[in-house]
Design a protein around this ligand. Sequence first.
Ligand code: ADP
Ligand code: MG
Length: 892
Amino acid sequence: MAQQREPGGGVDPRVPLDRLFQDLRTGPDGLSTAEARRRLAEHGPNELRRQRRRGWWREVGRQVVHPLALLLWIAAALAWISGTTVLAVAILVVIALNALFASVQERQAERAVEALTRYLPRHARVRRDGRWAEVPAAELVPGDLLAVGEGDRISADARLVDGDVEVDLSALTGESQPVHRAADAPAGGHGPTEAGNLLFSGTNCLSGQGRATVLTTGMRTELGRIAALTQRVGRDESPLEKQVRRIAWLIAAVAVGAGLVFFPIGVLVAGMPTSDAFAFAIGLLVANVPEGLLPTITLALAVGVRQLARAGAVVKRLSAVETLGSTDVICTDKTGTLTENRMRVVAVRAADTLLDPAPGAGTRPDAALRALAVALAACNNADPEGGDPTEVAPLRFAADLGVTDAGHPGRRTQFAFDPKLRLMSTVDQVGDQLWLHTKGAPEEVLRRCTRVVAADGSERALDEAYRRGVDAAVTAQAGQGRRVLGVARRRLATVPQRRADAERELTCLGFVAMVDPPRPEVPEAVARCHTAGIRIIMVTGDHGLTAAAIARQVGIVRGEPTVVTGEQLDAMTADQLRHLLGERREVVFARVSPEAKLHIAEALRANHEVVAMTGDGVNDAPALRRADIGVAMGRTGTDVTREAATMVLTDDNFATIVAAVAAGRRVYDNVRKFILYIFAHATPEVVPFLVFALSAGAVPLPLTVLQILAIDLGTETLPALALGREPAEPGLMDRPPRRRSDKVVNAPMLARAWGFLGLISAVLVLAGFFAVLLRAGWRPGASTGPGSALHDAYQEATTMTFLGIVACQVGTAFAARTEHASLWRIGVFSNRLLLWGIAFELVFAALVVTVPPLRELFGTRPPQPAMLALLLAFPPIVWGADELRRAARRRR
Ligand code: ADP
Ligand code: MG
């Protein structure tokens, strides 16, 4: 008979398991690799098909009706009505070019972000050929046997065949309350999502363990059915983009205002013909509407995202790049982030004997040491090749002593590691005896012990003196930066149901101490943070002394830090915690629970600090969401934290966070650089028209409308884009983090753009203009109109203005490359793109001045060679003046 299918597409949850296996042509041991491959070809990859992207013409269409573009439409209509057809057509060309340009940039930005998913492939643990294997989630097929554990994202719709789990179905149902799912749960309920034994793609396992048979994959899952829920990268507008949008509107308003003011002045004061004045007013408006600014910024952020990904930090939102740049505090885990997470047992205490160094391979253990090794091998979910390093190390140690427990055939049940209890226990059948084996934080283990084992394996009561002895030994080990695990056992009569009933009245077996060396690149990254004014706060579940020792080894603290334990933290009020963190003392948080991380993030944010917080476990997810930048581990972390995070480290390395902060700062700087560059040309464009207006027409207009458009929309564009790719300025990480309230465009920047670079340019440009006119014999008030004797000279002079602005902008481009440093320090030719952009600018300007049809259109006429030679001096003057200004500022 054919498979019974629910309307939802899944297999009926009520059919007995053996029938299900039969229907899916599989069994309790999964599939063979060959069969899985065949099914993959048949069913297709386990992926959600993306929504089709918007066509490029729709994208362009969207840009054409952009509010700022609408302003241009109005200008075009006005130009048309007033009879200046050339200008009207020119504006239409401007709109089209802008729309095209903006959509290309947006598309590129989208691509950059989409490409990120390639850096974060999802994996699933499945049974293939009778063994467990990690496969890409996209290769899951119906019939696969899937292992599901705490923190996993479930990658297909599946039915539990054993075990039980708590799952978060919110991606499907919107209900955030976790629900219980078990192999033997009743299958009833209304929709398929209510069946007690089904798991769904796109949902998360919060705790428990189980194995499930895959029913459906890809678009045939429940998630596929509501395909709108495709996991997409957020495209929220960043504060930077919001600010720039506001600025763009402000400038647009100023442009409209300038146009409105110019018109009456031109007509009434200077006596211009109405149509000319009108055309010029419109040109002024069109030239100054900054419609290209926003897509350029989006692109700069996207380029930043792509560079971060290559450096090992995958961010999930464009805005994260910007936030990263303003990070004040990094709260970091110890294990795996600052350290290598490659542990090795270096000391051991069994019964009353401390062995430091720990005994090596081939040692014949005494009874107590053997009991310790048996407990470590049994109470363990790793295998020698992989798993949690905190478990791999004890496992290898036990194996060295000849004790193994591969596959745990005797295990009856387990109480998984709980980061709040800091304990893990298993119940194991050893021969005809039932034993509880426990390992965990030594003080937690010891607290639950009532007896101790002696060297010969006999047991006696635990007295105070013994407790103090163990405490002292643990303290000595932790003080050296070692991670210590206490080990205990208990003889049981029956398998206990409740954890609290099991983990008590234990017999202490001793402890193991492990080293986990700091990552070699971390001390340097820490030092970079310190020069960059970024605080680092270690937040770890480990022992306070271990934490403090590692913090010292990598340079996070210099002296004796204040160690705040989880218990002390829980006793503090929110205000006290804020106060403590506000004091900027050297603190290390140790033995803290994941919830405490949330409080730390909240307190820091309440102090107006921008917080990056790392995490790996399921319980870390809320803290990661609360931080400004939640950082998850790509290798060791759980899917749930990766889901909650803003940034995922593909190498789990602290140094990568610091690199990401530097990249964020750089992107922000570069955005400011091109805004500076674009703003600077406003002065040399506006001052000539002021001269014209204030002289009441005695001085002819030094620049024509179309020439303004040629600068703003032709020669400017590529150099501006290239400034967005500037290499980092020296000293980027030597200054304190930018404050959250800092504006991307601020008064000093405007002063530099308009009042300094712009003003110098305006003076030079006008000098060029007058030089041409005066040499031809012009005097104020002389007629320069068409047909007059001076008309040729006038055309040469306006061309000189045009070329002068272009030349000055070349100088401005070089000046804009650094904000503080001298350009020599980053290399005059180190931005190749900018050199190309300038080459384009010059060629474009040359064409406008020499090619006859373009000359006709733009009203140009090449100036005399002597005048052209004058232009050569402009770029070095503008750039050199800014070098001097920066040098003077640096000295101060
Ligand atoms: P960290 O911040 O160093 O990653 P964890 O929360 O992972 O801290 O661990 C906290 C403490 O719990 C450790 O110091 C150790 O004593 C204990 N612990 C960690 N992993 C295990 C485990 N798998 N089994 C038993 N105890 C563990
Ligand atoms: Mg850990």
